[in-house]
Write a protein that binds this ligand. Structure first.
Ligand code: PRX
Length: 673
C-alpha cells in the first residue's frame, strides 16, 4: 500500500471551495489552528463547553483527558467526563425530539431493490421503535452491562437495536453480516451474549444471504464450546416478500422469536438507564497482527463527544444537509457515522441496504440524486471499482446537491481522489480523506473542509484534541519532514478504553512497542507543509477493500484444513481492493500439490472467516523461507507475491536456513502460468 505514495506529488494542492468556506463552521486555517491549540491546551473548556450541549442527568465534575500511556507508571487507562451520568441513545433521539426535530426525517431507508418498500423514519418514529425494542430486551431480562450480539443486514432495525441496547445500558456487539458462522460463534462466546438479534436473510444484489441459518449454526457451534444462546430475535426482512423462499432456516421453539412478536406489544416509551461516562457502550471485534480478533471496548461519554464533534466539523454538518455513509453498521464507520454521529447532530441520513452495482453501477449516484444527498462518505475501494465503469454512469445522474465527499478505510491514491473530485464532485466539492481506526472511534486526521486546502492522497491534519507524533523505530520522536511510525500522544475522547475482558492484551497490543505512546500500527510521512500521508500498515494486518484482516487469522483458517501443514499469508497491491490476499501453503508430507485443492482452501477461509477474506492467490510452498531460528521471512514472501517478482531484489537472504526454497517458490509461481 505504501507504494501509492511513492510517486505522489506532495505539493499538489486543491483550494477550499469558496462557497463551502462561506458557511463552514471553521472558515480558515488560522481558525482551525486556534481551535486546535485550545483543544490541546485547554481541553477542560474546549470539550467541556461542547459536552454541555448534551443532556447530562448528573453533570460531570472533570472533563479530562485523565490518562496514562506509560506502562512503567502503572496500568494504561483513559477517562473523560468523570462524575457524569448520561445516555447516548437519549442524546441521539429524545433530545432531538425535545428540541423540535421530532418530525424531521432521521433515516431514509433505501432497500436493495429499486422497487422495494423504501421508507423514511422521523426522529419520533425511530425513538418509538427504539423504546419498544428496549422494553422487549428488558422483558427478556437484559440489564445494564449485559452483552447483546447483533447480526443484521442494513435495515433500520440495525441502528434501532444498537440504540435500544444503549438506552438500557446493555453493551452491543455488532457482527458484520458477511462473517461466517464460525466467526459469529467466536464473537458470541467471547462476549457471552445470551441474546442474538438477526434477520431471516437479506438480498444482496440478486443473491440471498442466509443470516438466520448462519446464526443457527453459530448457536450450535457456541453450544459445542459450552455457551448457550438463550434467545434469537429474528427480523422478518424477507418474510412475506417475493424472496421469502430464497432463505431456509430452522426454528428452535423456545429460543427463536420473530422481532415483530418480540417488540409488538411493548409500549412506545421506555425509561432511560442513566450510565456513568465511562460505562461501556459497545464492543466491536477487529483484526490484529496476532491470533483471534480483539473485542475493542468503547465507553459512553467520550465516544459521544468524539463522534458528535467529527460529524459536525469534519463533515461540516449543517441542518439542511442529507448525509449518506455507504458503510455497514457491522464496521466502526457505520457505528460512528450512521448510528451515532449523525443522530447526535439531529441529521437526516440515508441507510442503504444494497450494493453499489445493483441493479446497475450507478446505484450510489441514483441514491444521491433521489435524496439530494449533500455529504457522501465511502471507501477508496468503491471509488476505484466505480471508476472502471467510466464517467457516464455518474454524469447521467443529477449530483448537483453534493457539496462534500468523504473517504475512509485505506489510503486513497491521488488518481482516485482526483476522479472523485472531478467526476463525482463536479470539481466543486470538498474532499475529506479521514484517517482513523476501530480503536479510535472517530477521525484522527482529516481536513476541516472549509478551512484546509487539500493535497490528494493526504489525510491532512489532526482533529481537535488529537496529538500525533511520528517515531523512528527506536521510539524517538521525529520533527518536521519525516517518515516513520504513527503514534498518539494524546487520545481523542472517543478512544477505546480496553479490549473486552483482556486489559493485559490491550496494553501489549498497543502500548508495548513505544513506551508512553499508543501505536496505531500505521506508517506515516509528514511533508514540509506539515501534511500527514498514511503509507500503510507496519504490522501483519492487511486492508482488503477497506476491510481489515489479520494475516494470522487467514493462516489459522488454512492450517485447519486437514492436508495443510503450514501457511503464510501476505498482502499484495491490488488495483481495486487496495490489497489482495496472497497465501503460501505447505501441505503435509505425502500430500500431492494439486491445483484442484485451491478452491477447497479458498472455501475453507470463506467458511471460517467470511467471503470478504477469500484468498486471491494460493502459492504452493513445499518450503517457506525461514531463518535458522525458524522465523518466516515475510519480507521475502511479500516480494515474491508481486507481479514483477522475477526482477525484485529480495535483499539479504543469507540468514535463511535453506536459501534454495526461494528458487522453488519462483519456479512454481502461480503468476508464471
Ligand atoms: O491502516 C489504516 C487504515 O485502516 C486501518 C483501520 O481499520 P479499521 O479499524 O477497520 O477502521 C476502518 C475505518 C476507520 C488503519 O489503521 N485506514 C483507515 N482510514 C484510512 C486508512 N489508511 C489511510 N488513509 C485513511 N483515510
Amino acid at each position: 500500500m505504501g507504494d501509492f505514495n511513492q510517486e505522489v506529488d506532495m505539493s499538489e494542492m486543491f483550494k477550499v471551495p469558496e462557497q463551502l468556506r462561506a458557511k463552514a463552521h471553521v472558515k480558515s486555517m488560522e481558525e482551525y489552528q486556534t481551535m486546535y491549540k485550545a483543544s490541546i491546551e485547554d481541553p477542560e473548556t474546549f470539550w467541556g463547553d461542547m459536552a454541555r450541549g448534551f443532556h447530562w442527568e448528573t453533570p460531570f465534575t472533570k472533563v479530562g483527558p485523565t490518562f496514562n500511556f506509560d506502562r512503567a507508571k502503572g496500568p494504561v487507562h483513559m477517562s473523560w467526563f468523570d462524575g457524569g451520568k448520561t445516555n447516548i441513545a437519549y442524546n441521539c433521539l429524545d433530545r432531538n425530539v425535545e428540541r423540535g426535530l421530532g418530525d424531521r426525517i432521521a433515516i431514509h431507508y433505501e432497500c436493495n431493490d429499486m422497487d422495494d418498500q423504501h421508507a423514511s423514519f422521523s426522529y419520533t418514529q425511530v425513538l418509538e421503535m427504539v423504546c419498544k425494542f428496549a422494553n422487549a430486551l428488558k422483558a427478556e431480562g437484559v440489564t445494564k452491562g449485559d452483552r447483546v450480539s447483533i447480526y443484521l443486514p442494513m435495515t433500520v432495525e440495525l441502528p434501532a437495536a444498537m440504540l435500544a441496547c444503549a438506552r438500557i445500558g446493555a453493551v452491543h456487539s455488532v457482527v458484520f453480516g458477511g462473517f461466517s458462522a464460525d466467526a459469529l460463534a467466536g464473537r458470541i462466546v467471547d462476549a457471552q451474549s445470551k441474546v442474538v438479534i438477526t434477520a431471516d436473510g437479506v438480498m444482496r444484489a440478486t443473491k440471498p444471504v442466509q443470516l438466520k441459518s448462519i446464526t443457527d449454526k453459530a448457536c450450535q457451534l457456541a453450544e459445542a464450546q459450552g455457551f448457550k444462546v438463550e434467545r434469537v430475535v429474528c427480523v422478518g426482512r424477507l418474510k412475506g416478500t417475493p424472496y421469502a423462499d430464497q432463505v431456509k432456516h430452522d426454528w428452535v421453539e423456545g429460543r427463536d422469536v420473530w422481532c415483530s412478536d418480540f417488540i409488538g406489544s411493548q409500549p412506545a416509551t421506555c425509561a432511560v438507564e442513566w450510565v456513568a461516562s465511562e460505562d461501556p457502550l459497545f464492543m466491536l471485534y477487529t483484526s490484529g497482527s496476532t491470533g483471534r480478533p480483539k473485542g475493542v471496548l468503547h465507553t459512553t461519554a467520550g465516544y459521544m463527544l468524539g463522534t458528535f464533534a467529527t460529524m459536525k466539523y469534519v463533515f461540516d454538518y449543517q441542518m439542511e444537509d442529507t448525509f449518506f455513509c455507504t458503510a455497514d453498521c457491522g464496521w466502526i464507520t457505520g457505528h460512528s457515522y450512521i448510528t451515532y454521529g449523525p443522530m447526535l447532530n439531529g441529521a437526516t441520513q440515508v441507510l442503504f441496504e444494497g450494493v453499489p452495482t445493483h441493479p446497475e453501477v450507478d446505484r450510489f449516484w441514483k441514491i444521491c440524486a433521489k435524496y439530494k444527498v449533500t455529504t457522501f462518505y465511502t471507501a477508496p475501494t468503491a471509488i476505484r471499482a466505480l471508476m472502471k465503469s467510466g464517467e457516464e454512469p455518474v454524469t447521467r445522474n443529477d449530483l448537483s446537491s453534493l457539496r462534500l465527499l468523504g473517504s475512509v478505510g485505506e489510503p486513497i491514491n491521488p488518481e482516485a481522489w482526483k476522479w472523485y473530485h472531478r467526476v463525482v464532485g463536479g470539481g466543486r466539492c470538498a474532499i475529506a480523506d479521514t484517517y482513523w481506526q476501530t480503536e479510535t472511534g472517530s477521525h484522527l486526521l482529516a481536513p476541516l473542509v472549509g478551512a484546509v486546502d487539500c493535497k490528494p492522497g493526504s489525510a491532512c491534519f489532526p482533529f481537535f484534541g488529537v496529538e500525533v507524533a511520528i517515531l523512528d523505530d527506536k521510539g524517538v520522536e521525529l520533527e518536521g519532514e519525516c517518515s516513520g511510525n504513527l503514534v498518539l500522544k494524546r487520545p481523542p475522547p472517543s478512544m477505546m478504553r480496553s479490549l473486552y475482558g483482556d486489559h493485559a492484551r490491550f496494553e501489549e497490543a498497543y502500548f508495548s512497542q513505544f513506551n508512553g505512546y499508543y501505536f496505531t500500527g500505521d506508517g506515516c510521512k509528514r511533508d514540509k507543509d506539515g501534511y500527514y500521508w498514511l503509507t500503510g500498515r507496519m504490522d501483519d494486518v492487511i486492508n482488503v477493500s477497506g476491510h481489515r484482516i489479520g494475516t494470522a487469522e487467514v493462516e489459522s483458517a488454512l492450517v485447519a484444513f486437514s492436508k495443510v501443514a503450514e501457511a503464510a499469508v501476505v498482502g499484495f497491491p491490488h488495483d481495486i481492493k487496495g490489497e489482495g490476499i496472497y497465501c503460501y501453503v505447505t501441505l503435509n508430507e505425502g500430500e500431492e500439490y494439486d491445483d484442484a485443492l485451491k478452491p477447497k482452501l479458498k472455501a475453507q477461509v470463506r467458511e471460517m472467516i467470511g467471503a470478504f477474506a477469500t484468498p486471491d492467490e494460493i502459492h504452493w510452498a513445499p518450503g517457506l523461507p525461514k531463518t535458522r531460528s525458524g522465523k518466516i521471512m515475510r519480507r521475502v514472501l511479500r516480494k515474491i507475491a508481486l507481479p514483477d517478482y522475477l526482477t525484485q531484489d529480495l535483499g539479504d537472504t543469507s540468514t535463511l536456513a535453506d536459501p534454495s526454497v526461494v528458487d522453488v517458490l519462483k519456479a512454481n509461481h502461480p503468476r508464471a502460468a
